[in-house]
Write a protein that binds this ligand. Structure first.
Ligand code: ATP
Ligand code: MG
Length: 372
């Protein structure tokens, strides 16, 4: 099954759309079937890939409103292995129109379900808000990729995003992982960028992507030509950096599969869930209950439990490791209910299914809604 990656950060202008377009295009260039879904009423991912504005066009809005299927909304692009479901500015209305809608948080997930197996990656470009559109993307996603700029206030608002991710894990999507944090518009020649990077490394550990995206004029120019950077100037540093990011993320996938295979070899097939972290494999005894591990804290840091007692989430500063925000939160009762009944095909990547053949059962909508 394909991996669905939501590119999200409620901060505006950090490079979400540039990342979504160029990462999706780089996956496609690596000969991997990829779908880009524009979840932002600004529709920049759609225009950035050359789709002209067309009010008649079937878009993400129709998917969320149940007015059309994903199949009907699919558009081809200049890249053979890249498809897009475009957005339209009327998508902004979905936030309001869906307020009382049934399974309103699951609309995108449900709409993509019939087609997601065709793609190895589905990339969701989110708007700059933690609204119902972003919520739908995070519920539909296996993982969230967070673009950030290496600037002094970079971490402002990030605890809010991580807190949202944690709440979504506790209610609608227990397996939501952090794919990584990628630094965009990066200029490593400045001292500030280096200091902020060191700080982010401490904060995010190995969730900070090794690839950084430089500030590059070709990345800024390409959308006005309706092209991804690799179609506009394949030799540019911008295009190369996104290809390198795609490679890194494909690499995460491989390590998840290797870990799944290793866990399957050690434990009973019925009890294994896969830890998607790139951290070392958990001991066999912990595998059954493992969820996404937070990044490793520096050895000198106190344990998450120790620090949580004193520091509320809001108080987390740029010094605080991610564990304080999301690592050891005790799961609400409803999480266990949901996890227990989650059908195998809704949990984690393809490798998971292969080793969980006997889990079954669905989640009645009423139950999910109650737990929200
Ligand atoms: P929004 O929050 O409005 O959706 P965003 O997070 O999607 O914004 P982008 O639209 O990708 O951000 O980028 C904001 C601006 O910065 C755009 O003009 C884009 O072309 C430019 N930009 C993004 N990344 C780079 C880069 N690496 N080098 C140069 N310019 C960039
Ligand atoms: Mg955008």
């Amino acid at each position: 099954m394909g991996r669905v990656i939501a590119v999200a950060n409620q901060k505006g202008g950090v490079g979400k759309t540039t990342t979504a377009i160029n990462l999706a295009s780089s996956f496609a260039a690596a000969e991997v079937n990829t779908l880009l879904v524009d979840c932002d009423p600004q529709s920049n991912a759609s225009s950035g890939l050359g789709l002209v504005k067309d009010p008649e066009r079937i878009s993400t809005y129709h998917l969320l409103m149940g007015a059309a299927s994903a199949e009907e909304a699919l558009k081809t692009t200049v890249l053979k292995q890249l498809w897009i479901i475009p957005a339209h500015k009327n998508l902004i209305g979905a936030n309001i129109e869906l307020v009382d809608g049934e399974r309103r948080e699951f609309r995108l997930k449900d709409a993509l379900a019939p087609i997601r197996d065709r793609y190895q990656f589905v990339v969701l470009d989110c708007p700059p808000a933690l609204d119902l559109l972003t919520l739908n993307a995070l519920v539909a996603a296996d993982a969230v990729l967070i673009p950030m700029q290496a600037e002094y206030f970079a971490l402002e608002g990030i605890s809010e995003l991580l807190d949202t991710v944690e709440r979504i894990r506790g209610s609608f999507n227990p397996d939501l992982a952090i794919e990584g944090v990628v630094l965009t518009m990066f200029d490593d020649r400045t001292n500030l960028a280096q200091q902020v990077t060191a700080e982010l490394k401490r904060y995010f550990g190995d969730k900070l992507c090794a690839t950084t995206i430089p500030r590059n004029i070709r990345l800024a120019e390409a959308p006005s030509h309706g092209k991804a950077a690799l179609s506009y100037d394949i030799k540019s540093r911008g295009a190369e950096s996104y290809m390198s990011l795609a490679k890194e993320i494909i690499g995460h996938q491989l390590s998840v599969k290797e870990m799944a295979a290793a866990a399957a070899a050690r434990t009973s097939p019925r009890t294994v869930t896969v830890n998607e972290s790139v951290a070392p494999e958990p001991p066999a005894a912990n595998v059954a209950s493992a969820t996404i591990e937070p990044p490793a804290a520096p050895p000198s840091e106190p344990s998450a439990e120790e620090t949580r007692a004193e520091e509320p989430i809001q108080a987390s500063s740029t010094q605080a490791p991610v564990e304080e925000i999301r690592g050891e939160e005790p799961a609400p009762a409803s999480v266990n209910e949901i996890q227990g009944e989650q059908p195998a095909e809704e949990t984690g990547p393809a490798a998971v299914e292969e080793i969980r053949p006997e889990e079954q059962g669905g989640i009645p909508a009423e139950e999910m809604d109650k737990s929200a």
